[in-house]
Write a protein that binds this ligand. Sequence first.
Ligand code: ADP
Length: 451
Amino acid sequence: MFQRVLVANRGEIALRVIRACRDLGIETAVVYSEADRGAPYLALADRAICIGPPPSADSYLNIPRIIAAAEIAGADAIHPGFGFLSENSRFAHIVRESGFEFIGPSEQSMEAVGNKDKAKAIAKKAKVPTVPGSDGLLGSVEEAIRFARQVGFPVLIKAAAGGGGRGMRVARDEGELAKGFEDAKREAEAAFKDGSVFLEKYLDQPRHVEVQLLGDKHGNVVHLFERDCSLQRRHQKLVEESPSPHLPDKVRREMCDAAVRLAKAAEYYNAGTCEFLLDKDNNFYFIEVNARIQVEHPVTELVTGIDLIRQQIRVAAGEKLGFSQRDIVHRGSAIECRINAEDPAKDFRPSAGLITKWQVPGGPGVRVDTHVVPGYRVPSNYDSMVAKLLVFQPTRAEAIATMRRALREFVVEGIQTTIPLHQQIFNTQAFVEGKVDTTFIERTFLHPKGK
Ligand code: ADP
């Protein structure tokens, strides 16, 4: 097992990894930028190392500085968390070449599934259904129009290297497609230094359901059931839950098996997620693999009792999975709300600044993952998530009741957060009945018809 892990991330996920290491008896060193200097979670690691000024490019995305920090710390492995360098196969390669273990998949698997169009090709080979589309990159607007005529409008232009909803454009006709094609390319080029795009049929009000995977370096891969992440704004998740409401057992089984097949085809190990869209008839279509731990992983931890971060570390150290598929049992209902420092009333504008009051809920069935304490200043440089509020109860109805209670208890002053929007969501009949899809938030709260 590792002696010391370098945590190459910040905020909530950095703290989550520090805690898992502590539980395993492993020392930690955590990196930080000048914007995070003095953040209370840093004191929970054995050591904190400053790696540069606030801009991510000079700190959390700066590979030489992170490798230098690992050397200074005398670490034997690096955990990348999520975001930043977590899905960068070149980073994984450099980490391993520098003599450290990368706590994640092999760089070959990351390459294979890292690009959405490549991942779709692997899915097809593994007989996993994919969204109808261009089956490869598009060279020109003319080509895009030809494919759109084949699959029918509306279509979605997607960046192959995309993430976080960037580089994505819906087009309802040829005019929108011509404009969206150029816009998506430009956005992807700026965000990912890769402007390649492809095209997919835009599914009508689908649900987003994903399967958690875990594999070791000995060829064992298991799934840990699904999470429903249909509650999104601008294609970004806000609420996640497991099990997925109204998902027939047969579909769940087929979807989980398909995810495992895909992982095996990519010789995947460590934690990963296979994302699917589900249409109104419960047909599922693969969209992408996230080759890392995800924000919403605690939902799965609650319903399976398996600590995913500890598992990531153990399999990275070469251990075999200590359980088989049959040992993994899904129990109860877990729901997560992302508490972001942003103003839902003002188009989710980031709301950085000083948190003057911070009172976190607790009691039976409540878990809060956060790095924030009263008096914390949310820096404006990074992602706006300040906490993950989770509930776990025997049934979905009880989980919803506990979430309503927990949202009431959660007091935040000084900044705007997504808490008021979550309160509205949990009091909406359609959500309570589990009748939601990826357009629900926009249709119900942001652009309701007739307003
Ligand atoms: P990103 O990597 O940028 O998050 P994804 O491919 O994971 O992009 O898609 C994010 C979200 O966008 C999905 O959860 C879904 O809401 C929406 N989406 C993606 N592909 C389609 C599609 N073909 N039809 C309808 N909605 C889609």
